[in-house]
Design a protein around this ligand. Structure first.
Ligand code: AMP
Length: 426
């Protein structure tokens, strides 16, 4: 057997997965978002430019696609090789689509969902192919927008999915200048006496992408970072006012949250508001949704002018892990009642086909068992959870009837073939 690729999963029952997708679609429609779909294949440069060269995702986790051979490319492309990859996230592709399709009506409120790919070390809740629901508002600068956005997510988790065991962590990274000034301050701190005890990886991060040190899981490093200066204490006057406004509005809308000064999120493009929804039930990979404001990404990716924007990604696999213990309490769609036709010999196969076709055309859920003895077919029908077995032998064929067996009560009734549909519909 050739096993599945490491870090990927087979989904054999999509009931809860599809429920989440259906519900988020309804929910986001209420907030006036529309659905889009962008390709899974994107140019490597898109992520180098947006996420930053020194982020973990770009430097270590990209699934690069080997360019096809010049022969396969054909003469039309003149052998030009474009470096492409499987998308690791969906914000940069959404921004690319915004620019490329010359969207004029702002804010552009869109969402998409689908698989993402990162070459990470697989563990519980961390896969190499995973799914995200991605939500973006491009072209809105207001802090009130951030609050509405966070409320929308919180309401989805709490009210639609009935989740309780989670927390919302927020931080405020200030504007570009604040972030730059803070990075210098943090560097000073880490080059002082306390910084001597950080781990080797953090030393490396300090040089390449200093805010990422906060993502280190090493307890000794974490203890040191608790004593580090915090960015919210270094904000310019405008950002300080916005940070205050953000907290006030979150409180006004009764959104419980905690300030986490070390929450910076892994990617380079965030400014101002950043947030994560976390749950202790998830263990080490505790975030099931993360996002924030990115005000310079549109310009960075070639847009005519910058557009202040905010976005978030919900990790579907982690959401499914959280929903698993109480999924029976969710209003999941019920599959329709199943009825199984049992032709007793090959002589009744044609009749079984015709009967199935007539019933299926009336939206009655029908399966037909073409193989096995009556005993084994009945056993299978039972295991399939059928409501009725529709038995057709020679005598039923001759009399244009069907023997209908109620699989719960065991009661049997001979019904005219022309009346089976009405009988099943009750
Ligand atoms: P990010 O794009 O890194 O901000 O992640 C947003 C959300 O996607 C996280 O909160 C996780 O729920 C989910 N996620 C990110 N990476 C993975 C992964 N490797 N496996 C499963 N879920 C992931």
């Amino acid at each position: 057997m050739i096993p599945r690729v490491k870090g990927t999963q087979d989904f054999l029952d999509l009931t809860v997965f599809n429920f989440v997708i259906d519900e988020i679609k309804k929910h986001l429609t209420t907030y006036h978002f529309s659905e889009i779909k962008t390709p899974i294949l994107e140019s490597v440069d898109l992520f180098k430019r947006s996420l930053g060269l020194y982020t973990q995702v770009v430097s270590k986790e990209m699934f690069l696609i080997h360019p096809p051979t010049p022969f396969a490319l054909g003469s039309a492309e003149g052998g030009k090789k474009e470096a492409i990859c499987l998308r690791p996230e969906a914000t940069a592709p959404t921004v690319r689509a915004f620019i490329e399709n010359n969207i004029q009506l702002l804010p552009w409120k869109v969402f998409s969902y689908g698989p993402m790919f990162r070459y990470e070390r697989p563990q519980k809740g961390r896969y190499r192919q995973f799914h995200q629901i991605n939500i973006e508002v491009i072209g809105s600068d207001s802090i009130a927008q951030d609050v509405q956005f966070i409320k929308m997510l919180d309401r989805f988790f709490h009210e639609t999915l009935k989740m309780n065991n989670y927390a919302l962590l927020i931080n405020f990274l200030g504007c570009f200048d604040d972030r730059k000034a803070y990075e210098l301050l943090l560097k000073d701190f880490l080059e002082g006496p306390k910084g001597q005890h950080i781990c080797v990886q953090c030393h490396d991060r300090k040089e390449r992408n200093i805010m990422r040190v906060f993502d280190c899981k090493n307890p000794q490093c974490q203890e040191i970072y608790r004593q580090a200066p915090t960015i919210v204490d270094q904000l310019c006057a405008d950002c300080a006012a916005e940070w205050q406004q953000l907290q006030d509005l979150l409180r006004l809308l009764s959104i419980s949250h905690a300030h986490r000064p070390t929450l910076v999120r892994g990617l380079d493009y965030y400014h101002k508001t950043v947030f994560e929804f976390v749950s202790p039930q998830l263990g080490a990979q505790d975030a099931f949704c993360g996002g924030g404001r990115y005000n310079q990404l549109v310009g960075q990716l070639g847009g005519k002018e910058d557009q202040s924007s905010i976005g978030a990604a919900i990790g579907i696999e982690r959401l499914l892990l959280l929903l698993e213990p109480f999924k029976d309490q969710l209003p999941l769609p019920q599959p329709p009642a199943l009825h199984v036709i049992l032709p007793l010999s090959t002589g009744q196969h044609t009749l079984a086909l015709l009967l199935a076709d007539t019933l299926q055309a009336q939206d009655i859920c029908i399966d037909v068992l073409f193989e096995g003895s009556i005993k084994s077919m009945m056993r299978k029908t039972n295991k399939m959870g059928a409501a009725f077995a529709l038995i057709i032998g020679q005598s039923e064929q001759d009399t244009k009837t069907v023997m209908v067996k109620n699989m719960v009560t065991g009661e049997e009734k001979r019904v005219a073939q022309t009346e089976v549909a009405d009988y099943l519909k009750g």
